[in-house]
Write a protein that binds this ligand. Structure first.
Ligand SMILES: [Zn+2]
Length: 229
């Protein structure tokens, strides 16, 4: 209730806007309006199994994964991800991190995750955007689950242009040797959850997992706000 009153006062001076529809939020709504939130589609287990097979079953660096929502072009989820990545609305990441932590709680228990690691951005890209959106998602998952997170374990040494126009094969060679492990001791024998905003071909997160396994990590799992085909 106190939060609602605070929101009411705050909204009077600086209205909070839903990133999916650009309408003002009600005092009871947080980050996304109820109307848009209801339109988000949870990823069914059948699709997760199918996508796992497509994206990770050959290399198997990722043991299992659970992207929470289905990415749909020109729909609410795309506007939300866009605002998170490019409009400096980093708090969207924390909000969805908490939702992920809540949605996949049972899986995280099963997977016995020791550590959450956000997929790193190259420092130039991070400077351009002002932050790494995946760090905020990791923070939200950590806040919800109590599992610790660390952004200093792996870094991105290769600057890759946006990969949206590349084929799956091109993406794979594009991310080869893209990551550098900074702290081997921190991952040795650990079960790790990798976090990204959207998993598309899976080549980036798979290569990141590869480096963690080479450094002695036990099993690597992955999650994201959304999955794109
Ligand atoms: Zn909305």
């Amino acid at each position: 209730m106190r939060k609602e009153i605070f929101n009411k006062i705050f909204d009077f001076f600086l209205p909070r806007i839903c990133p999916a529809c650009n309408h003002k939020l009600n005092p009871t709504e947080e980050i996304i309006c109820d109307n848009c939130f209801d339109k988000l589609k949870l990823t069914p287990e059948s699709l997760i199994a199918e996508e796992y097979h497509k994206k990770f079953s050959i290399k198997k660096y990722i043991r299992d994964f659970h992207p929470v929502f289905i990415f749909e072009k020109d729909r609410e989820i795309q506007h939300i991800i866009h605002a998170l990545k490019y409009n400096r609305r980093s708090h969207i990441g924390i909000y969805f991190g908490k939702i992920i932590g809540n949605q996949i709680k049972d899986k995280l228990d099963n997977w016995e995750i020791d550590l959450i690691i956000p997929v790193p951005l190259h420092k130039v890209k991070k400077a351009e955007r002002g932050y790494n959106q995946s760090e905020f998602i990791a923070r939200g998952i950590s806040a919800q689950t109590g599992i610790r997170w660390n952004k200093k374990i792996i870094s991105r040494k290769k600057y890759t242009e946006t990969q949206t126009h590349l084929t799956a094969e091109e993406r794979q060679s594009n991310v080869k040797d893209a990551f550098k492990l900074k702290d081997k001791n921190a991952v040795d024998g650990k079960n790790i959850l990798l976090v990204d905003d959207v998993i598309t071909t899976g080549s980036t997160i798979s290569e990141c997992a590869h480096q963690l396994i080479l450094a002695g990590a036990k099993e690597i799992y992955a999650t994201s706000i959304a999955i794109a085909e």
